[in-house]
Design a protein around this ligand. Structure first.
Ligand SMILES: [Zn+2]
Ligand SMILES: [Zn+2]
Length: 383
């Protein structure tokens, strides 16, 4: 018994030490604000468990090949929507069953590869947490072609992608006009919207030879139309209320960019201090969707604007080198572009000061968790 007791003390010691290492890691990477993959941030989890169309996925944590559990069919819908599974066969009422089959296992492996997670083929907690995260509605795999490179673990490699066939705006067309068309479903005032979208477009024009101007003549000369919509809105890509899918945009030269009107959009100020847990920064999502409007698909680089998920109450508006190389390959570079802040492409979230404040508060909460673990360590030692 004595050996068992000392072994369990050792385990507690090791766990406490690991927690302290995590705290140090968090505190020392405030500017990068990136947690090691597989360790969900408790602050990030909170909104995911309340108003979130995908919160039921948490009940599937631990499921693996051969399991049958209620809700797995819904997760197959999710995997199908984002391109990881084909649509269900019409013979089956067009509904997926709740069996964790080989196709599902392979789909989860591909998903894990794309998001830099441990490739287990199982619904481990870090995979389920990632799947519950708010994200862009554009699929990661389109017509069987993964828009996210399969080697997300290779550091320093560019992982940007294009839509199948690499559609882009014609090389001769350097000036694009956008119109903000559907605003009745949002309470954000028109002037603020104009400012937010102008700043978001500027991120891309700084790096390229493209330029963007707002027009009020949506029916006439607008190349791009931007609008807020709720639920079904006529393109077969229904929105799903707070969190879940935030927005989507179509590849060139379609020009449609739709935002889910039900999100708790923040259009100004410091989103990391927003009262609502599910607050989403409008400008951050706009910068991402404009990438799609210009022809970029999703990137497996977590710090890239074109990474598919975003954490609520987080601002992420600076192009990463991955985004810049991708867009410049399509349209050429702006000779006056100063370049991105040097960073490690796979670990940095390219955050600005506003987001760093949120990261700091997270680092602080990590610190308190560390204090609690240290208290646990003291208890363990006094057995
Ligand atoms: Zn997207
Ligand atoms: Zn739409």
């Amino acid at each position: 018994m004595a050996s068992t007791s000392s072994a369990s003390r050792l385990m507690v010691l090791l766990a406490a030490a690991a927690a302290m290492v995590l705290v140090v890691l968090q505190a020392s990477t405030v500017s990068a604000a990136s947690l090691p993959s597989g360790l969900p941030d408790p602050d990030d989890l909170k909104p995911l468990l309340s108003h979130n169309p995908w919160s039921a996925f948490q009940n599937l944590s631990g499921c693996h090949f051969g399991d049958e559990r209620q809700g797995l069919g819904k997760l197959k819908d999710y995997l199908s929507h984002f391109g990881y599974l084909p649509t269900p066969p019409p013979s089956n009422d067009s509904k997926f069953n709740d069996m964790f089959d080989a196709d599902m296992e392979q789909a989860i492996r591909t998903y894990q590869q794309n998001f830099g997670l441990d490739v287990t083929g199982q619904l481990d907690p870090s995979t389920v947490t990632k799947m519950m995260s708010p994200r862009c509605g554009v699929a990661d795999i389109i017509n069987g072609t993964s828009t996210m490179a399969k080697s997300a673990s290779i550091h320093g490699r560019n992982l940007y992608s294009y839509f199948p066939g690499s559609p882009s705006w014609p090389r001769s067309k350097k000036s694009l006009k956008y119109a903000i068309t559907a605003t009745s479903a949002t309470t954000i005032d028109r002037a603020t919207l104009s400012q937010v979208f102008a700043r978001a477009f500027a991120r891309w024009s700084e790096a390229t030879t493209l330029n963007f101007t707002e027009t009020t003549d949506a029916a006439g000369d607008a190349d791009i139309t931007i609008g807020f919509h709720g639920g079904e809105h006529g393109d077969g890509e229904a929105f799903d209320g707070p969190l879940g899918t935030l927005a989507h945009a179509f590849s060139p030269t379609d020009g449609r960019f739709h935002l889910d009107a039900a999100e708790a959009w923040v259009a100004g100020g410091d989103v990391s201090r927003a009262k609502a847990d599910d607050a989403v920064d409008l400008e951050s999502v706009a910068v991402h969707e404009i990438g799609h409007l210009l022809g970029l698909g999703h990137s497996a680089v977590e710090g890239a604007i074109m990474y598919p998920t975003i954490t609520s109450r987080t601002r992420k508006v600076d192009l990463a080198s991955d985004d810049v190389v991708g867009i410049q390959s399509l349209y050429g570079g702006n000779p006056n572009f100063k370049g991105v802040t040097p960073s490690t492409p796979t670990s940095s979230r390219e955050m600005d000061s506003g987001a760093a404040a949120g990261a700091l508060s997270r680092a602080r909460s990590g610190f308190f968790a560390g204090v609690a673990m240290a208290a646990g360590l003291a208890l363990a030692l006094s057995w």
